[in-house]
Design a protein around this ligand. Structure first.
Ligand code: SF4
Length: 347
């Protein structure tokens, strides 16, 4: 595939720079950004404040990142999972989830496939096929805004296919574009990155000095469970991951979410809850429990409701904030990668 940068790969400042290089005034970059991000057009030719000759040149040198919707599935709670085809024919998924007070959350993919090999995840079966470009991450937001016109105020979570911190260069660029006050204007506090625990990536995010939300999918606080359930992430001792997450939380003054996909008989017992409480009490953390979304090819099942409630109760009794992902969300949304499972079946 042609991986040359498109206009969606560039920040507003870089668009201005590009205009200068093309012999145009720098402010044309802001006109371009207005058309791309404020009006959200998917057609360069619709940005009529730009001279037609310039539009033609840009089409030849850069063009826009194209995402074509090739499937969709709506859950009873109103969430909609969209299957998008990229320019090279690869497919990714993004989910639009309606929240309270007319807000939306968009769940975005960061890679095609993933190399982290978590046992309970459908995306893991694909391996890492390729990285998404920054433009492909940005284009997911633009496409979802177009498909859900009432969703201009959406929060973003990088929790779809892929491990975002395994694609940190493109992720950083996407974050700059998405949060650009002259561009897409999405505040850092409205963007959350979910990771299986890549310490270098957490540290790099911290060095951006912006209060991005961070969620770390630890799944269990017991190292044996982690080795079984998330073998690649478990190569780093949990203490190191948790220390990096705590440092990030203190630096950004944000509570970091520790996520656990709960699997019956694997990591849902009292001892697992105790271990989790110990770890979560060591820093600015809250807990999110996600009952497993069963997938083909993995025999695990979610714990029954009572067991999840008991687990959550124990955690709350230790004075930790603990949320449980509800069953409606289970239909289409997901833990990191829990999302991909149905795209490989016929839509
Ligand atoms: S759960 Fe997330 S990190 Fe693990 S394999 Fe799936 S996409 Fe990758």
């Amino acid at each position: 595939m042609d991986m040359t940068a498109t206009l969606h790969d560039l920040t507003v400042a870089q668009l201005g720079e590009l205009m200068v290089q093309m012999g145009e005034p720098r402010w044309r970059g802001r006109q371009l950004a207005h058309g791309l991000y404020h009006e959200g057009t998917g057609d360069l030719d619709a940005i009529t404040p730009l001279p037609a000759a310039l539009r033609r040149r840009l089409q030849q040198t850069h063009g826009l990142t194209r995402l074509v919707e090739v499937g969709r599935r709506r859950a009873p709670d109103g969430s909609v999972k969209h299957l998008f085809e990229l320019a090279d024919g690869r497919r990714i998924e993004s989910v639009a989830i309606p929240m309270e007070r007319k807000r939306w959350t968009f769940c975005l993919s960061s890679q095609v496939g993933c190399r982290m090999a978590c046992a309970f995840c459908a995306t893991a079966r694909m391996g890492r096929v390729r990285q998404l470009t920054a433009g492909e991450m940005v284009a997911q937001v633009l496409a979802l805004r177009r498909l859900h016109p009432s969703s201009q105020q959406a929060n973003l979570v990088f929790m779809g296919m892929g491990e975002p911190l395994d694609n940190i260069d493109e992720l950083e660029q996407a974050l700059r574009i998405l949060s650009d006050p002259d561009g897409m204007k999405i505040g850092a506090r409205h963007i959350t990155i979910s990771t299986s625990g890549l310490v270098d990536g957490i540290e790099r995010l911290g060095r951006m000095e912006r209060p991005w939300g961070l969620a770390v999918s630890i799944t269990s606080a017991r190292q044996d469970d982690r080795r079984r359930l998330m073998p690649v992430a478990a190569q780093t001792p949990l203490e190191e991951i948790v220390a990096a997450a705590a440092a990030y939380g203190r630096k950004t003054r944000r509570t970091v979410t520790l996520e656990c996909v709960l699997i019956a008989g694997e990591n849902d017992d009292d001892d697992a809850a105790k271990a989790l409480i110990r770890v979560a009490s060591s820093g600015p953390f809250k807990i999110n429990l996600i009952p497993l979304n069963p997938i083909d090819g993995y025999p695990g099942r979610p714990p029954d409701r009572d067991r999840v409630a008991r687990f959550a109760d124990r955690v709350r009794k230790a004075r930790l904030v603990c949320t449980v992902r509800d069953s409606a969300g289970r239909e289409v949304s997901a833990a990191c990668g829990q999302l991909a499972q149905r795209s490989r079946r016929p839509e």
